[in-house]
Write a protein that binds this ligand. Structure first.
Ligand code: SF4
Length: 82
């Protein structure tokens, strides 16, 4: 599944630089995760890096983007295929 950022976000910026896919965008007023780029960090880390760092627990599963682990790995391959 891709993740999403809730209204609890304080736009502190802690998550921006840790995403291996540049999936997090500085929105107004809160940050946003592009579901087409979020892989839950599959292939890079055991834990979702943004979730680990968010000080207000504002990053949750996006129910509109349910994907199995293998699908997330395939998405990661597509994102980084250049
Ligand atoms: Fe990026 Fe990983 Fe957070 Fe998804 S879970 S937005 S890939 S840091």
């Amino acid at each position: 599944m891709a993740l999403m950022i809730t209204d609890d976000c304080t736009a502190c910026g802690a998550c921006l630089d840790v995403c291996p896919n540049d999936a997090i965008i500085k929105g107004d007023p809160i940050y946003v995760i592009n579901p087409n780029l979020c892989t839950e960090c599959a292939g890079y880390f055991i834990e979702s890096q943004c979730v680990s760092l968010c000080p207000v627990d504002a990053i949750i599963v996006n129910p509109a983007h349910v994907e199995a682990y293998m699908e997330l790995l395939e998405k990661d391959r597509r994102i980084h295929a250049h």
